[in-house]
Write a protein that binds this ligand. Sequence first.
Ligand SMILES: *[C@@H]1O[C@H](CO)[C@@H](O)[C@H](O)[C@H]1NC(C)=O
Ligand SMILES: *[C@@H]1O[C@H](CO)[C@@H](O)[C@H](O)[C@H]1NC(C)=O
Ligand SMILES: *[C@@H]1O[C@H](CO)[C@@H](O)[C@H](O)[C@H]1NC(C)=O
Ligand SMILES: *[C@@H]1O[C@H](CO)[C@@H](O)[C@H](O)[C@H]1NC(C)=O
Length: 622
Amino acid sequence: MTGRLCSRKQRAFYLVFGVVCISIFFLSTSYDSAIPPYSLRDLFPDTYAFDSHPISELIRNANTQWEEYEKQRSKTFRETLAKYRHRYGRHPPPGFMEWYKFARKRKVHNIDDFGQIVDDLRPFWATEPSLLRQMAASLSHDGDGMGGIHIREKKIAKLSHPSWRIETLAALISKMVRYLPDMDIAVNVQDQPRIAVRFEDIQQRLTIEQKSMQLNADAKDHFTEAMDHLLNLTQAQDHWDGQTDPQWFSPPDHQFMEVVKTACPPDSPARVTEMSVEDADRLYKTQLGGFVSNFSLSTDLCTVGPAIKDQHGFLFSAASLVVSQKLLPVFSECKTSVNNDILFPANMYTKKDARYEYDAKFDLRWRKKTDTLLWRGVTSGGVSTEGNWQRLHRQRLVLLTNATLNHNGQVSILSENADGGYEPTSDFNASDFAQNHFDVGFTEHWACDPFDCPFYNGILGVKNQVSLSEQFKSKYLVDVDGHSFSGRWRAFHFGRSLGIKATIFREWHDSRLFAWRHFIPMDNRYDDLYSLMTYFIGAGQTQKEHTHREEQDVAYIHSHDLVGKMIASQSRDWANQVLRHEDIEIYMFLLLLEYGRIMDDNRDKIGYSGDGSELDEFDKKY
Ligand SMILES: *[C@@H]1O[C@H](CO)[C@@H](O)[C@H](O)[C@H]1NC(C)=O
Ligand SMILES: *[C@@H]1O[C@H](CO)[C@@H](O)[C@H](O)[C@H]1NC(C)=O
Ligand SMILES: *[C@@H]1O[C@H](CO)[C@@H](O)[C@H](O)[C@H]1NC(C)=O
Ligand SMILES: *[C@@H]1O[C@H](CO)[C@@H](O)[C@H](O)[C@H]1NC(C)=O
């Protein structure tokens, strides 16, 4: 069943039942005053359609944006070309027609949604192709947390510094290598991003890129052959020449925001020192409840950096961060909003590893799952010390959800008031809620200084391991960053559980996942965690049930279980259309064509310049 069908069905449902309810309402008020007048809200307490909770509006907005996205998809090669040229001011790269056929045969859902690739490569238009080739050759050869894949004569001719990452990526590339020109690909073998160029430098480059846009009618649909400055595979040159020195460094004192700042726009919270955290919050959180209303900003270090610079391990205690402020052509699995790495779909997703691959074995029907939020992990995310561990992002999650710690009065949730509205209250037994609904903890302690983590004793326990497939017994799966991005996030989308996500990392698929339609976004500070979970699970007793009890549990919110079920099922349908292995292949193929073009000495004169009529017949079949 497609997401579209599903939403049509839901609309029909609301319409039919809406009419029934309105009838009941009028019947009850005009003919029999003994029957209380029911509101739509009373009859459908569980839907978001009639509910004034801020999440209802966030869901409606997400649906509108997603429907717009769905409507705009190109159906034919001709449309795809027109859209490409309109958006990017260029012809698509050589080989685009083959890519189009490859993508259609693999049932690509949205043939236009590859803007991430173009955006990642844009700044490189300001560097000479021959210099880019020298950089790629020496980066892949020199080590420094880098490896390389070398394509010659339509084959993968050699790997530099092979490791599981390089080998996994090479296996993926082998599926499309026969369409690719000779190239060296410099691959970051660390899972943390490497490149963060100064804002002003990038702006200058983007201006050059814009000036280089053209749609010349006689562009050649093939790459240039026998170019120089590729790595010599028989006798590799040993060192960088001065011009291409990568200038790697580790941020002083691990303070990554000090580097990030220089890559942020001058008017962003990261650089405007007088902007308070509250001001920054208003850019991406709802006023009532503090829910994330703009996921992209909530993960943007230029916006949230000042608030979380000492709350996320990557930003103040990264274990192995080595970066450069030079624009180098480096392929990475993830990056933050300020990095200039070239994103590719992470190796975990293609390597068929049970820790990262969805498995339906324990993925029960929604109603059979437990009403719990589950998380397991190790104490990674940054080096823990006696003085800093309570500020590391994973440790904060485990502390916040620990029922034996006293959170009462310290967390705020939204409670229903007598008028059917919602208002914030901290008059709520958070420990009790945590006891009943959170199952969160570490399975192992490591990455500490000193290495045996003495400071965790008696405060952080060790819980049983829960395999990825068994995690789907819980309705709610929260996902936070580790050392870098979380490799389980893609798998969460395929299951019947609901994914809840906080991160500062970007991945290849971000533009296709809509917060509040395909997953639940969470603030990196987790200040919305209890509000989110009480929204879905419900909390407290209604006034009626409550009268015989003492003044505890004043907060009350009804369960929105069906909303959770609905989003989980939308996400699952969607993952099966846009996050498949085929989608990863399609992304990688176009990425390498675009990359091949910026590395080509004739990049201004090559590309597909036709009208697309060659594929009119093909399009009728697909
Ligand atoms: C690689 O270097 C060797 C030794 O300098 C040279 O003989 C060979 O022609 C080079 N190969 C290529 C493809 O440039
Ligand atoms: C989030 O904010 C950015 C920057 O203001 C804006 O371009 C984007 O459209 C917003 N996204 C959503 C989903 O509202
Ligand atoms: C909160 O709930 C816990 C566990 O149910 C209970 O022991 C505790 O007394 C409650 N605290 C308050 C302030 O009601
Ligand atoms: C929760 O905190 C208690 C100490 O208050 C600790 O003994 C326990 O191990 C913690 N639980 C987890 C899952 O870390």
